[in-house]
Design a protein around this ligand. Structure first.
Ligand SMILES: [Zn+2]
Length: 408
């Protein structure tokens, strides 16, 4: 098979890719797309409803929130209060095992995709592990990365997967994202309140922050005062200004005026980096050749998924993470100009520190006739590798175009 480029190509998919489809066919398709490594989902944070154009058994399917698509070895969770819950829909199959064994036969490695600090199933059933906002309200999706039980579970899952499966890498997703969406039920939220209410004020964060010289209790008092002032601005005014009120206009001046919140933003990134460092060490202690990647949203286009994160608020720093991990998966599910701009920005932040893998949108509104030019744009702007998101959601014409691009 002739590959169009020397760059690495990643495939990505949900369990459906290798259970609903014949896995031999899937891996043959992936091979024809030039794929070197296939990222298979082992846990998704949210029950996305998917319409899969080529799927004959589950054309419309809702993903299982927070369950795992591998066979956990419960001895790894002896000391954990949190335990993995296996998928009901795919429980007769070990998705990760099938991916590694079928992939290897055709020369395609497997990466295990796991969502770490967002898990609707855990957050709803065990609010004690969830992020806690300034009003003491527990989140229903995001888990606190400073909670020792959450960290313990994250490490145990990773060690379980790395010990038992013949994978090449872990793709760590939701490391982390913001708590508050851009819009709430009543529309746009004041970005200043959004920022303050996205911080976690749980007891574990208070303790961790104090060790970095940050008084989170004081910050909380200040945050409540500021949020109360914001209540004077009626919702219809905020909603009239939706084109402007995204956080990028208001927050820089706010941070200059109230630097404690700048220090909190910085400390949040430090908390994530300390987690990633330990995660990498634990992986390497088991298998030296298993790499660690993180899945991050781009800084200059609002995220594509359920939470519309801003990377600065979501504690996602390309630069800081690039010093720890082997790959940054930049999820740039946008049109050509955004792919060019966001790839350039990512490449300049990351430098030569690690691999920059740009994930391109190959589903929904993405046009098959545009996929080749999106790939060219990402590579021209500094991507080291590409991933086409995702195998399950591609139409026949899209799959055909990617194969053509890989082999022309
Ligand atoms: Zn917390």
């Amino acid at each position: 098979m002739k590959k169009r480029t020397n760059e690495k190509i990643w495939g990505i998919g949900f369990p459906n890719s290798i259970i609903d489809f014949d896995p031999i066919k899937t891996f043959n398709d992936l091979k024809e797309c030039g794929t070197d490594e296939f990222i298979v989902c082992t846990c998704i944070y949210n029950g996305y409803r998917m319409v899969m154009p080529r799927n004959e058994t589950r054309y419309i399917y809702s993903l299982e929130e927070g369950k795992v698509y591998f066979k956990p070895d419960m001895s790894f969770y002896k000391d954990c209060n949190l335990k993995p819950i296996e998928s009901d829909d795919f429980k007769n199959n070990d998705v990760l095992q099938i991916s590694t064994s079928e992939g290897k036969k055709i020369g395609i490695n497997t990466s295990a995709w796991f969502c770490y600090f967002a898990n609707g199933l855990i957050a709803k059933n065990h609010p004690e592990y969830a992020v806690e906002n300034i009003y003491g309200s527990k989140d229903r999706l995001f888990l606190c990365w400073n909670n020792p039980d959450v960290r313990k579970y994250a490490f145990a899952v990773t060690e379980d997967i790395v010990s038992h499966y013949n994978i090449s890498s872990i793709m760590a997703d939701k490391i982390p994202q913001t708590v508050f969406e851009l819009n709430t039920f009543s529309g746009r939220i004041d970005p200043i309140v959004r920022t303050l209410a996205s911080f976690c004020f749980c007891e574990h964060c208070i303790k961790e922050a104090s060790m970095s010289g940050i008084d989170l209790n004081e910050a909380k008092k200040k945050a409540l005062e500021i949020a109360n002032q914001s209540k004077k601005i009626p919702p219809h005014i905020l909603n009239e200004l939706t084109d402007e009120l995204k956080g990028d206009h208001e927050i820089p001046l706010f941070l200059l005026d109230e630097p404690i919140f700048y220090h909190i933003l910085k400390w949040r990134i430090d908390s994530v980096i300390s987690f990633l460092s330990e995660l990498k060490n634990r992986i390497q202690r088991i298998k030296k050749d298993v790499n660690l990647g993180v899945c991050y949203v781009p800084p200059v286009k609002i995220g594509h998924d359920a939470t519309s994160p801003r990377s600065w608020l979501a504690a996602q720093s390309y630069k800081a993470a690039s010093e720890i991990v082997d790959t940054i998966h930049a999820v740039i599910h946008w049109e050509d100009a955004a792919v060019r701009y966001d790839t350039s920005r990512a490449a300049s932040s990351i430098g030569e520190n690690c691999e920059l893998n740009v994930h391109l949108k190959a589903y929904g509104s993405a046009k098959p006739q545009s996929i080749a030019s999106l790939a060219t744009s990402a590579l021209e702007c500094g991507a080291d590798s590409l991933a086409f998101f995702c195998y399950d959601l591609m139409s026949d014409p899209m799959l055909k175009e990617i194969k053509h691009w890989a082999n022309e």
